[in-house]
Design a protein around this ligand. Structure first.
Ligand code: NAD
Ligand code: TYD
Length: 378
């Protein structure tokens, strides 16, 4: 039974949902949230649980091997859920070194600290788990062979009855060959390989999951959905890369956190599980749903902010389509997404509009400068 769980990157978007779920669901566990608090880390994401007796926050860098090793010994960590990473593709294009440092070297430092710590105990790897959270972007890009989309032959509760389309015949499977294109996905692919190497070489119990695009509360507003919600609210332009034809598969963040909980407790060591929503959207269609929802909730005429859509220079190496097949997880562990997409978007938009102070805190100061620099030439 794993009881002392180190969660890295717990002050970020997905990490904060995972920390909250574990702290509230497992009062008998000690949850140690280790986060460097980069621009993306925000302790305000965890305000509601910060005083929970089974929760400890530690500010540290995963690249700092000695500190990690001594923390692992101090807290007798027996389970690790590793989410800390640099996570934004556009930033990786501008600053690939930071991505290699954190995502590759940081993961390696964590793996090596876990190995040294666990190997020095009498029970060695017994009852231990290193669970690495990764992305579907490591698989590369799929073709868009059905530009209008088709009704796929599978059913799920996640996607809306009207939408529920697939834009090609191919999906990412756990066996799909890695073929990353961006510095972000290349660094995540490298970290995935290191995790598997630690299992194959040292016998460390590891697990990797690769998930599609997440959305929901507490996402940093450099990512499409929160950025656009905030821009619509302020009637700022909505920078759509290229023609908005790229396809992403969207999953509500709490469904991802539930999958992580399930896999952490019941997943098979050394396995890979894909996590996705069977919920493909072309960016431009998704953006229109977001605009209509924000307009409606703000009491504006629904659709009046469509005029904010601004087509800008495409992202370099922009992957055309991601679509994940998560049927292994559904089949073997019984997980499925719980939210209809409309419901998820509605909840998400409502949350950002209701938590304007959270957004304003982030979008003032340095981020404002970053935003201007990022978009002034587009
Ligand atoms: P995020 O950028 O919101 O949060 C990352 C967190 O990691 C932040 O709290 C940051 O402070 C922390 N961090 C960064 N560098 C660190 C370091 N050197 N040491 C310690 N902490 C550090 O990211 P997210 O969107 O929540 O993604 C979390 C994980 O899930 C990442 O590994 C990402 O690759 C993966 N993932 C994300 C998505 C998605 O749609 N967001 C999808 C699939 C997988
Ligand atoms: P993003 O949220 O950055 O996630 P990822 O690149 O990891 O998929 O972007 C989602 C999609 O939206 C992606 O195809 C790029 C596109 N996009 C825009 O068109 N405009 C934007 O301002 C942003 C941030 C993204």
């Amino acid at each position: 039974m794993k009881r002392n769980i180190l969660i890295t990157g717990g002050a970020g978007f997905i990490g904060s949902h995972v920390v909250r779920l574990f702290v509230t669901k497992y009062p008998e566990y000690r949850i140690i949230n280790l986060d460097k608090l980069t621009y993306a880390g925000n302790l305000a994401n965890l305000k509601d649980i910060e005083h929970a007796p089974n929760y400890t926050f530690v500010k540290a860098d995963i690249c700092d091997f000695e500190t990690i090793l001594s923390l692992m010994r101090q807290y007798e960590v027996d389970g690790i859920i590793h989410l800390a990473a640099e996570s934004h593709v556009d930033r990786s294009i501008r600053d690939p070194f930071t991505f290699a440092r954190t995502n590759v070297m940081g993961t390696l430092s964590l793996l090596e600290a876990a190995r040294r710590c666990w190997e020095s105990r009498p029970e060695r790897f017994e009852g231990k788990l290193f669970y690495h959270i990764s992305t579907d972007e490591v698989y590369g890009a799929l073709e868009l062979t059905r530009p209008e989309g088709i009704k796929p032959p599978f059913s799920t509760t996640a996607s809306s009855a009207e939408h529920h389309l697939a834009y090609g015949e191919e999906f990412f499977l756990e066996t799909t060959k890695y073929n990353p294109h961006s510095p972000y996905s290349a660094s995540k692919a490298s970290s995935d390989h290191f995790v598997r190497a630690y299992h194959d070489t040292y016998g460390m119990p590891t697990l990797v999951t690769n998930c599609s695009n997440n959305y929901g509360p507490y996402q940093f507003p450099e990512k499409l959905i929160p950025l656009f919600i905030n821009n619509i609210r302020h009637r700022r332009p909505l920078p759509v890369y290229g023609k908005g034809e790229n396809v992403r598969d969207w999953l509500y963040v709490e469904d991802h956190a539930r999958a992580i909980d399930l896999i952490f407790h019941r997943g098979k060591v050394a396995e890979t599980y894909n996590i996705g929503g069977f919920n493909e959207w072309k960016n431009i269609d998704l953006i229109k749903v977001v605009i209509r929802t924000v307009d409606r909730l703000l009491g504006r005429h629904e659709g009046e902010d469509m005029k904010l859509i601004t087509f800008v220079t495409d992202r370099a190496g922009h992957d055309l389509r991601y679509a994940i097949d998560s049927s292994k997880l559904q089949r073997e562990l019984g997980w499925e997404p719980s939210l209809q997409f409309e419901e998820g978007i509605e909840k998400t938009v409502r949350w950002y509009l209701d938590n304007q102070a959270w957004m304003d805190n982030i979008t003032s100061g340095d981020y404002e400068k970053y935003y201007d620099e990022m978009y002034k030439n587009r």
